[in-house]
Write a new protein. Sequence first.
Length: 345
Amino acid sequence: MKYNQLGNSDLKVSEICLGTMTYGQQNTIEEAHQQLDYSIGEGVNFIDAAEMYPVPTSAETYGLTETYIGEWLKHQQRDKLIVATKIAGPGRGFKWVRGGAKAIDRDNIKQAVDDSLKRLQTDYIDLYQIHWPDRYVPRFGQTVFDPTQVGETVTIAEQLEVFRDVINAGKIRYIGLSNETPWGVTQFSNIAKQLGLPKVVSIQNAYNLLNRVFDGHLAEAVYYEQIGLLAYSPLAFGFLTGKYLNGKPEKARVSLFENFGQRYLKPKVNEAVKAYVDIAKRHQLSPAHLALAFVRSRWFVASTIIGATTLEQLKENLQSVDVVLDKDILEELDKVHTQSPNPAP
């Protein structure tokens, strides 16, 4: 397992991060703790959560993921682990999240941090992320910016001022963005520099063989601002394993939860997936290992977030750290990408 510096922070994160959004919905607390134990035993030191997890989110399960992690974390050597979580933003209609008041403002940030600390049973959070922007942006598979949706928002300066105060209080160490845009990255960075406020060190966005949008505009932004990508959905909801090529498996997330993972149900997805699976077979690789090794190979990726509903899936995903793609394989992947660019942005 390799460890990478996260942005310009002093955090050294494992190249694989354990994603936890199934804990409390598809995984019991016992299964969650099994996954955590196994991952740490394999060298993972980085765990990612969110206040709204598990997903799909509901009033009944809200906060369970952090609670499950907290019951495990209290028995661990805390300074050996890097724990990340996120504050939910506005506009998703989750009335059970902080009473429905989800603006990224002072009261909500302070409450969200305190609530996460309590659930996680820890004194501090290593990386605290804005799950999605306070302002309107296309997100979670939306691709078109609509100016008519723009409304009032908490200023970036105000958000950073609150985070400064929470950092000074010792409750969080660093801040990060998620589901963010190039404009947002540069605004957060420039305002932090101008006002002497905390700089973001990471961005958590979707990145996989079916969605390489990051390669363009965002890659430039993170290069100049020294921000690391925490790549989520590296297996594209499992589509890149090939398991959906002949229909929907009964226990798969897209089968279990209606209207889930819509970005991966677009017309050109299966065609691209089949091409990537064929490449894996030709090189005697599992499709999962090929997809995960590709994400790890990108210069801007600080850590690849993997999630699994079974221990067997988790073991296979973690074994991908031993796979290094050579130039020929990467060129084959690029040829497919040229023929079917970003079918699931």
